[in-house]
Design a protein around this ligand. Structure first.
Ligand code: ZN
Length: 324
């Protein structure tokens, strides 16, 4: 059944696939643009309506994403597909404006140290640059619509260099994003330091601080094995947007110890089994994960891609018998 069927009694949750951006940026093997396009096309065909395709980062900093424009131009869209890309600075915004990307993800870390390593500037310098970047993205060029603005706050739940992050440091960035015109804010757990308790308190603080029409999303990593526990708390707090990567690919090249995003198929399984509608065909997403594994030549950490989406009762019987 199509997930966006309005008669559906199940609340809809949007899953944003970030595998070709967050998932691949740490991979040393260059995945050709054609292969990335094929992966994205297949995720869109599986029902995924939101894809964070790439980043307009300097190709020198992240060689894997040197093909941002080529990948964006090659994707076969459906009418309801939203393609987004990271826009870390003004030069990136100027590049984004020459593409058909729908949404620009602005970037700032709550931690000064991480922001410096990631973007080579302080938090205050990043925030001071926001109006100019937003103005560039809000132009209508060659008949193209202005870009939708999303604000991502990296290291929201902790920083590998600075440790705990003060709530006010996160809210300061959120307010600057709102002033710059973002309609969505992504709270990013860049290095998997979030716990159910701080997800709950941060989402509540954020809700109190930003206008209700600004949607909140969670970008979680499974570094300490509690990524999906954090999703459940996010759902309880009303979050209906989550980022994930196929097969659980991922890791930030500028944060030591960072591991993969929460895994798309595992997240889809959890959402399906928890009474939410995602519109994505889980079996099709699993097939993409297996292909990604073959492309990279390494085993991915996704678990539903191994176990299958349903409990195999026959196999369970066999195990029980063999175990006596
Ligand atoms: Zn990430």
């Amino acid at each position: 059944m199509n997930s966006r069927d309005r008669a559906s009694p199940r609340p809809f949750v949007t899953v944003t696939e970030v595998g070709t951006r967050d998932g691949l940026q740490i991979e040393s093997t260059y995945i050709p643009a054609a292969r990335k396009i094929e992966m994205i096309d297949r995720m869109i065909a599986a029902g995924m309506t939101s894809i964070e395709v790439t980043s307009f980062v300097s190709p020198k900093a992240v060689p894997q994403l040197q093909d941002a424009e080529e990948v964006l131009a090659g994707i076969t869209r459906r009418p309801d597909t939203r393609l987004s890309a990271l826009v870390p600075n003004l030069r990136a915004a100027q590049r984004a404006m020459r593409t058909s990307v729908d949404a620009a993800v602005l970037l700032c870390s709550a931690s000064n140290t991480h922001n410096h390593k990631n973007l080579n500037r302080t938090v205050d310098e990043s925030l001071a640059g926001l109006p100019e970047i937003a103005a560039c993205l809000s132009e209508s060029v060659d008949g193209r619509a202005p870009k939708m603005l999303i604000g991502a706050i990296a290291t929201t739940f902790g920083c590998p260099f600075e440790g705990d992050i003060a709530v006010d440091d996160v809210l300061k960035i959120a307010r600057a994003y709102v002033a710059a015109g973002v309609t969505e804010i992504t709270l990013s757990d860049t290095t998997g330091m979030a716990t159910p308790l701080n997800i709950r308190s941060m989402v509540r603080s954020m809700r109190d601080a930003v206008p209700p029409q600004v949607e909140l999303a969670l970008h979680l990593h499974n570094t300490r094995g509690i990524g999906l526990a954090n999703v459940i708390v996010g759902l309880e707090e009303g979050i209906r947007r989550f980022d994930s990567s196929v097969g659980g690919l991922g890791g930030c090249p500028f944060a030591p110890g960072a591991t993969g995003n929460i895994c798309t198929e595992d997240l889809l399984f959890l959402l399906d089994e928890s009474g939410f509608d995602t519109g994505v065909d889980l079996e099709a997403a699993i097939a993409v994960a297996h292909e990604m594994e073959a492309s990279l030549g390494k085993r991915l950490v996704g678990q539903v891609m191994r176990a299958g989406p349903r409990l195999n009762l026959h196999a369970a019987d066999t195990v029980a018998t063999a175990a006596g």
